[in-house]
Design a protein around this ligand. Sequence first.
Ligand code: HEM
Ligand SMILES: *[C@@H]1O[C@H](CO)[C@@H](O)[C@H](O)[C@H]1NC(C)=O
Length: 317
Amino acid sequence: MVLIFFLRFNGVAGGALQYNFYEESCPQLEDIVSTGLHPIFLSDPTSAPALLRLLFHDCQGCDASILVDTVKANRLSEMTSAKNFGIRKRDLIGNLKTLVEDECPVQVSCADILVLAAREAVASSWGPLIKVPLGRRDSSAAPSYQLADSLLPPATTGVDEMLRIFTGKGMTVEESVAIMGSHTLGSTHCLNILNRLYKPEGVEAQGIVLMDPRFEAFLRLTCPKWSLISNITSVLNDVTPTVFDNHYYMKAMGGRGVLTIDAEMVIDPRTAQIVEHFATNQDDFFHAFSTAFLKLSSSGVLTGDQGVIRRKCNVID
Ligand code: HEM
Ligand SMILES: *[C@@H]1O[C@H](CO)[C@@H](O)[C@H](O)[C@H]1NC(C)=O
């Protein structure tokens, strides 16, 4: 079953995003993106998760600033932040942009292509097909490594910080829990869970979340303490890492959440019941995820005459 969500979006300062934004200037845009990605999703199933996470990490404004490479030593790219460790497939957006430029030169922002790619990532993984309003503009200022580094959450983030981030983007608590369902896709590098597996003595007693002991043993085996290969080894986020489904919530409830946030959402009184609900009702999860996705991808965007349409996604000219 394919669910289609079409939601009204009320614009932010600078002008509203529109569902028919490229109707005149590039009507074939959505086809170019989905046709371009189709063979990539088939040949490399890890690319869908990478594109979905890329959207989150770009959405401190959704302005494609994460795609810009370091220009000068004093203007380091966002990618140099450790918070962006594991971010992959930025080049795919550049490749899609080249295809789009061939047909609609200097009309379509890299920021919109990135949002459409993330939407395709979810839909192609059997998740909801989310209709997204367009009209974002790309950042024209040199990227700020410092900004990305201060705004993106660390791997140790708990429920408090997670809710602060997403309610700050206008989401309800239910939508915040739903957007975390993104962790139904993909994998996590050992580096990001060493803190959970090898905590200092006594931390457990302070009420830190428990893990299914068999799962913990499995993770310790996969991710040995202080191993030099922690940066390249990873564990799957759930048993169906290429299918966008509600297994993430079921797995977290079984004590097999991989990251701190995955495990904490199950026991925090603000989120526990929502996790339980999504674990049993995938349609409600898909619906809340879709509205959350629209809020994430619309927060603080540049529109109208703000920003620019870049010619190449990795360069500000
Ligand atoms: C407080 C919020 C969040 C935290 C702390 C968090 C943290 C993380 C971490 C540490 C990883 C592992 C990265 C790696 O080791 O390669 C990860 C993976 C991932 N995250 Fe999140 N995340 C959050 C929210 C989100 C959101 C909102 C989305 C999407 C909209 C998202 C999508 C993903 C995806 C798809 C992956 C798998 C990436 C891959 O396989 O390459 N996350 N997240
Ligand atoms: C692993 O990644 C982290 C974060 O980017 C980095 O600080 C560290 O130097 C890396 N370690 C190795 C052994 O490459």
